[in-house]
Design a protein around this ligand. Structure first.
Ligand code: DON
Length: 338
C-alpha cells in the first residue's frame, strides 16, 4: 500500500510518459526544462533565407498558456523571430473558418507528403491535377500553404493581407508586424517558392495570380512573434478556437479537430511521425526557430530557439516541449487503465 501510494505520488513513468497523479506544477516543468536545455548547442540556423542566418542562435524562450489564460514562462519571451511556417496553421484556420473543412480537404488535401517542406517532387509525385483524384497534399508544406494563401478571399492583395494579419493578431491577442528585413531577404531568394506557385497554378490548386499568392505567403512567413505570442496562438487552438485571454472566438469548435489533425500529420514535416510518437501533440515548426504544440483542452506551448535539425525543426524546441509535455502528462493518447 505504502509502495503503491508513493509510486502514484511520484508519478508513473511508462515508456517515457509521466502519468502524474498529483496536479503537476506547470511553472516547475517549464523551469526544469529551461535549466536542462539552456546549454544545448545542437543544430544550425536556417541560412537559405539569408536574414535567418543572422538571428542570435542563443535565443531561448518558453511560454505555456493554459486554456483558462494562465501564463508560465522562462527565458526570453520578448525577442521576436519570424513566424515562418507556423503561419501556415493560422492561414489554414482562416480558410477553414470562412469556407469550411471541405474547402481545404478537396482543394489541397490533408495527407502527409513524407517529403521535405519545399519539395517539388512531392507536387509531381501525387495525383497532381485537382479534380483527377483526392489531392494528397496538405496546407502545412509550401505547395499546400501557398495554395491556402491563394484561397483567402479579398478584392486585392491589400484586402487579403488585412484578413491574414488580422487573423494572426486575433490569435496572438496583440498587433503583430512584418519583420521587413526577413520579408526582403526571403523575397529576394524565394525562386523555389515561385516555381512551386507557378506549378500549383498549372495543376489547378491555385486559380489565378500565383505571384500574389507567393508574395503574401512570403509576407505572412515574415511576421514577427515572440514565444508568448506563439503560445497564445497555440492556446487558442487548445481552448476550442477561443482566445483564452481576449475571449474572442476565432474558429468554430467543430472545426478545431481538423486543424489539429493536419498539424499532427504534417506539422513537423517528414519528422511528424517521430514527433507524434514521442509527444502525441499536434504541433507546428518554423525555420525561424519556433515550435508550437497544442494539448487539447489543457494548454498551448511555444518555444523559440533558432538552431534547426536536418528536417528544418528547432532542436532545442523539440526537446523542451517533449520534456514539459511528459512532465505534465499531456500526451492525449496516454491513459492509465482504471
Ligand atoms: O517558404 C519557406 O521556405 C519559409 N518561408 C518557411 C519554411 C518553414 O518554416 C519550414 N519549417 N520548418
Amino acid at each position: 500500500m505504502v509502495r503503491k501510494l508513493s509510486a502514484i505520488a511520484a508519478g508513473l513513468v511508462l515508456g517515457g510518459l509521466a502519468l502524474a497523479a498529483q496536479a503537476p506544477d506547470p511553472q516547475a516543468a517549464v523551469n526544469n526544462a529551461f535549466n536542462q536545455f539552456k546549454t544545448l548547442k545542437e543544430g544550425k540556423n536556417a541560412d537559405y533565407i539569408p536574414a535567418l542566418a543572422k538571428v542570435d542562435p542563443n535565443l531561448y524562450g518558453i511560454a505555456l498558456i493554459t486554456v483558462d489564460g494562465k501564463v508560465y514562462t522562462a527565458g526570453d519571451i520578448k525577442t521576436e523571430v519570424s513566424i515562418q511556417s507556423i503561419s501556415k496553421v493560422f492561414t489554414m484556420a482562416q480558410v477553414i473558418q470562412e469556407q469550411g473543412l471541405d474547402a481545404i480537404e478537396k482543394r489541397i488535401g490533408v495527407d502527409a507528403t513524407g517529403a521535405r517542406f519545399n519539395s517539388i517532387i512531392a507536387v509531381e509525385g501525387v495525383k497532381t491535377v485537382v479534380g483527377t483524384g483526392a489531392p494528397e497534399m496538405n496546407p502545412l508544406v509550401n505547395p499546400g500553404a501557398i495554395s491556402a494563401t491563394s484561397m483567402v478571399t479579398g478584392a486585392n492583395s491589400d484586402a487579403v493581407w488585412k484578413k491574414i494579419i488580422g487573423t494572426y493578431n486575433d490569435y496572438a491577442g496583440r498587433n503583430l508586424t512584418v519583420l521587413q528585413d526577413v520579408y526582403k531577404s526571403e523575397s529576394d531568394s524565394n525562386q523555389r517558392n515561385q516555381a512551386i506557385g507557378a506549378l500549383m497554378l498549372a495543376y489547378g490548386y491555385i486559380k489565378s495570380n500565383w505571384p500574389q499568392a507567393v508574395d503574401l505567403y512570403t509576407r505572412q512567413c515574415s511576421v514577427g512573434v515572440n514565444a508568448k505570442d506563439l503560445a497564445m496562438m497555440a492556446a487558442t487552438l487548445a481552448a476550442g478556437g477561443k482566445n483564452p485571454v481576449t475571449g474572442k472566438v476565432l474558429l468554430d469548435p467543430a472545426k478545431v479537430p481538423g486543424v489539429l489533425a493536419v498539424m499532427a500529420t504534417a506539422g513537423l514535416y517528414d519528422d511528424s511521425g517521430k514527433w507524434l510518437y514521442h509527444t502525441g501533440l499536434p504541433a507546428k515548426s518554423g525555420v525561424g526557430g519556433g515550435i508550437i504544440a497544442v494539448a487539447p483542452g489543457k494548454f498551448g506551448i511555444a518555444v523559440i530557439s533558432p538552431p534547426l535539425d536536418d528536417a528544418g525543426n528547432s532542436v532545442r524546441a523539440q526537446r523542451t516541449i517533449t520534456a514539459i509535455s511528459n512532465a505534465l502528462g499531456a500526451n492525449p493518447y496516454a491513459v492509465r487503465p482504471k
